[in-house]
Design a protein around this ligand. Structure first.
Ligand code: UD1
Length: 370
């Protein structure tokens, strides 16, 4: 059986890593990784292949950055050529990026089977490119690997055939469990002089924040007002450009409580998150990682796909309103609300999602051949 997994961005590499490792060991499967080139900086892509000891992609399509239509269209053309030559039995696409949608759409159009990892996640916010990508990908897919019970319900509500849906758990949780022993030994806190210190971590990359001068200004002002707390800010390249264009980067550089750093490695981020007093983020993945690591999360969005983290009291949604960010951050710090409940059950699975996914892929192929 031949599988082609299509990825292109930092979080896709992380959530695919446990599947790639499991597939390499699986004698029944030939597994090839195709990189679209959506993320191309060393620190957004290659670094994660190295850190997670992943085999090189069979090809990098080198698409790079551009407007959504152009980027997606360019990917579709290049992926089509690639899949016609690789001839896989099934195409696996993780997550919700433009690379995910382009992979699923191309495969469906040339009548290849599509499997979607992280199916059924919904924010119900159609302004998010990721929401469009997820919905369309799910409706191109033949095998839908849903993370939670909620994701399964979302797919049922959209009329997806029950037999195609499999609740597997979250491969990001598998990755965290595999890498946490190394992350615990990582020296980033010592290197940054943060050992034993109270600090928060900030990440911003969603277009709704990074492409809005108003939202960026509100978030930056809120962070600078929290001057009792050191804030470590690994800056995504998109956000860095936008902060610079808006004239905000120089304020951040001058602020005494803000520590600007380039994007960090996966294990460094896990270590930083685990020991932080608070996390401020608009990332989907980090909301779950904060939950697993028992760190209170202030989400700089109006909605989330991962509502379980809010229901379990470790995550609050604040959007990009300065006063609300400040209020919730101070409440969470003094633990007036959002007290961590140390959830006894993890709605995101048991750390064996990747094994389950591989097994389903192999069995599905056997059924097809019968
Ligand atoms: C993408 C995904 C998002 C994911 C995120 C993780 C889509 C629609 N969005 O957003 O779901 O959570 O990746 O990071 O697919 N850039 C660089 N170097 C890089 C990559 C990007 O400088 O290696 C900059 C460029 O300025 C580029 C901008 O980032 O114009 C946007 O890149 P884009 O491909 O839209 O991805 P992200 O914003 O990272």
């Amino acid at each position: 059986m031949k599988c082609a997994l299509i990825l292109g961005t930092r979080p896709q590499i992380i959530k695919s890593a446990p599947i790639i490792h499991a597939a390499v060991k699986c004698s029944e499967m030939q597994f090839e990784v195709v990189h679209t080139g959506q993320h191309y900086d060393y620190e957004m892509s290659k670094r994660f292949f190295d850190e997670m000891s992943l085999p090189e992609p069979v090809t990098n399509l080198g698409v790079g950055s551009g407007p959504h239509g152009w980027q997606t269209g360019e990917m579709v053309m290049r992926i089509e050529r690639c899949l016609l030559s690789l001839k896989p039995d099934i195409v696996v696409v993780p997550g919700d990026t433009n690379s995910t949608l382009a992979g699923a759409l191309t495969a469906a159009k040339i009548h290849l089977k599509v499997a979607h990892i992280e199916a059924g996640a919904r924010s119900y916010d159609m302004r998010m490119p990721e929401e469009i990508n997820r919905r369309l990908t799910d409706h191109c897919a033949d095998l839908l690997f849903a993370v939670t019970e909620n994701c399964v319900k979302n797919l049922r509500n959209e009329g997806i055939t029950e037999d195609w849906i499999h609740q597997t758990g979250d491969t990001m949780y598998d990755a965290l469990l595999q890498h946490m022993p190394y992350a615990d030994k990582d020296g980033i806190l010592g290197k940054m002089g943060l050992e034993g210190q109270e600090y928060a971590v900030l990440t911003i990359h969603r277009p709704e924040n990074s492409d809005s001068v108003q939202n960026l200004t509100n978030i930056v002002e809120a962070m600078m007002s929290l001057d009792e707390l050191k804030i470590v800010f690994p800056v995504h390249p998109r956000t860095k450009n936008k902060l610079s264009e808006a004239g905000l980067l120089k304020h951040l550089k001058e602020a005494k409580n803000i520590v600007l750093i380039p994007p960090v490695k996966y294990r460094e981020m896990l270590k930083l998150t685990k020991h932080a007093r608070l996390l401020f983020t608009d990332s989907g993945g980090l909301q779950k990682e904060a939950f697993w690591l028992n760190t209170p999360c202030v989400t700089l969005r109006e909605n989330t796909e991962w509502t379980e983290t809010v229901e379990l009291g470790v995550n609050v949604l604040v959007g990009a309103k300065k006063e609300l960010i400040l209020k919730k951050a101070r409440d969470l710090q003094s633990r007036k609300e959002g007290v961590i409940k140390n959830a006894s059950s993890n709605p995101f699975g048991d750390g064996k999602a990747s094994e389950r996914i591989l097994q389903i892929l192999v069995n599905d192929e056997k059924l097809d051949k019968q």
